[in-house]
Write a protein that binds this ligand. Structure first.
Ligand code: ADP
Ligand code: ASP
Ligand code: MG
Length: 418
């Protein structure tokens, strides 16, 4: 079986959906499982709905209507005939969403987030699956929440591999086209959970692992994994073949083209990962497999924006020792700040972190009781794998470097963009 993942960019409008059909015609769809994300920027739009639900109820209805309008337009463009069952199916899903918004009693933001944001994937897969049937392809629509079981850590749920394995083995039919949602799962009470933003690549890897798939292909709006994000670097070039290890490093440092959790399950079973263009599906793209890095390495650039550089020093000029460091990290973990770089000196301790959940102010209040806290907001972390002087210069030129760290293969700099 092959597992294909189509992300938001590939299904952002009616032409995108038609293109998925064309891709399947070209590369085959027998014995395939499609993992599909929410359409375009729907997850962001649903995040607005959630914000309004908690903070700006006057704008709640209009934000829901916007999501509805966007999907209705796609459905109209695809099917024209309003008698097609897809219209009723999509309406039913929006009614469920509105019912939840009207009746929910839980004040738990993260719980509510997952119950709402999941409609993005539920609706996109419903549309896609109806379109495939409409075009004459027999499909099985699978509610992934019945298969992927997780803990109840909403918005960042941890997989229960053993239950998930059993469910997937039992429920995925071979020989036909299966269509399911990325990013979603459910907890032991069957409430919806999510695996973290951009988690659909990971879903594809989970299925591939549990099905002993022949390969995973993630279809992207770029030709494959490149040595830099082509949105920010004009001369980015395609990496034809990389090892799991190199791909893990790139994803870990923030090359967003592959979600970092995707690679380990695949590596464990040596299932190859192909990253290909949904615009040119017959081109080779990038193949990620066992131990095949092309030498010499090209310098690879990874950019993480919107970082926070925090420097802590002791109030009494004493050294920052193990016990302080362990306490500091305990707090970062508790407040869900993701640490991307650490640098330690005699009396100060600096970290570059990502504050995805807007918790820094609360954390700072605690830290300031014990340490002198300096911080710079909105800084950028550049990572260069296989750096050389010229690559370093590209990044540093005309910029204010706040911190720099160099190891054998990797250079990282924190920069205040001027
Ligand atoms: P999806 O539609 O699956 O969610 P993403 O938007 O998450 O796709 O990933 C594709 C994007 O990743 C590209 O449009 C590109 O801007 C970005 N990207 C970041 N780093 C790289 C890289 N090293 N190579 C290719 N694309 C990259
Ligand atoms: N739709 C989710 C997101 O945008 C998951 C994904 O696309 O991978 O984060
Ligand atoms: Mg994405």
């Amino acid at each position: 079986m092959r597992v294909f993942k189509f992300g938001g960019a590939s299904v952002k409008d009616a032409d995108g959906i038609k293109n998925v059909y064309d891709v399947l015609q070209k590369v085959g769809f027998e014995d395939v499982l499609l993992v599909v994300s929410a359409m375009g920027k729907t997850t962001n739009a649903l995040e607005e709905v959630i914000k309004n639900y908690f903070e700006k109820s006057a704008e709640l209805n209009s934000s829901v209507q916007e999501v509805k309008k966007y999907h209705n337009q796609i459905v109209m463009d695809l099917f024209e005939d309003e008698k097609n069952e897809v219209f009723a199916a999509i309406n039913a899903q929006f009614s469920d969403l509105e019912y939840f918004l009207a009746h929910n009693k839980s004040p738990n933001y993260n719980f509510v987030y997952d119950q709402i944001v999941s409609y993005g994937e539920l609706i996109s897969t419903t549309i896609l699956s109806h379109f495939m049937s409409f075009m004459g392809i027999q499909t099985q629509w699978v509610d992934v929440r019945n298969l992927i079981k997780t803990d109840a850590n909403y918005r960042d749920a941890e997989l229960d591999w053993s239950l998930t394995q059993t469910n997937i083995s039992k429920n995925i039919k071979r020989k036909i086209l299966n269509i399911t949602q990325g990013f979603l799962g459910s907890d032991e009470n069957n409430f919806t959970t999510t695996l973290g933003r951009e988690g659909s690549d990971y879903t594809a890897a989970i299925f591939a692992y549990c099905l002993n798939a022949e390969s995973v292909t993630i279809w992207k709006d770029v030709p494959g994994v490149m040595n830099a994000d082509p949105r920010y670097f004009e001369n980015a070039s395609l990496l034809n073949q990389i090892s799991y290890r190199e791909a893990i490093e790139l994803a870990f440092y923030g090359a967003t083209v592959i979600h970092p959790k995707t690679l380990q399950p695949l590596q464990k079973k040596e299932i190859p990962l192909y990253v290909k263009s949904f615009i040119n599906p017959l081109l080779k793209g990038t193949s990620v497999a066992k131990g095949v890095d092309l030498e010499p390495y090209l310098p690879c650039f990874i950019v993480k924006r919107n970082q926070l550089l925090i420097s802590l020093s002791s109030i009494d000029f004493s050294f920052i020792m193990e016990e302080n460091i362990s306490e500091i990290f305990g707090l970062f973990h508790q407040f869900k700040l993701k640490v991307n770089l650490i640098q330690n000196s005699a009396i100060s301790f600096s970290v570059c972190v990502e504050d995805k959940f807007d918790n820094f102010n609360a954390l700072n209040a605690l830290l300031s009781k014990k340490f002198k806290v300096d911080f710079s907001e909105n800084v950028t972390l550049y990572t260069i794998r296989h750096f050389n002087d010229q690559a370093a210069q590209t990044v540093e030129e005309n910029k204010t470097v706040l911190l720099k760290q160099v190891s054998r293969e990797t250079m990282q700099v924190v920069i205040k963009e001027n």
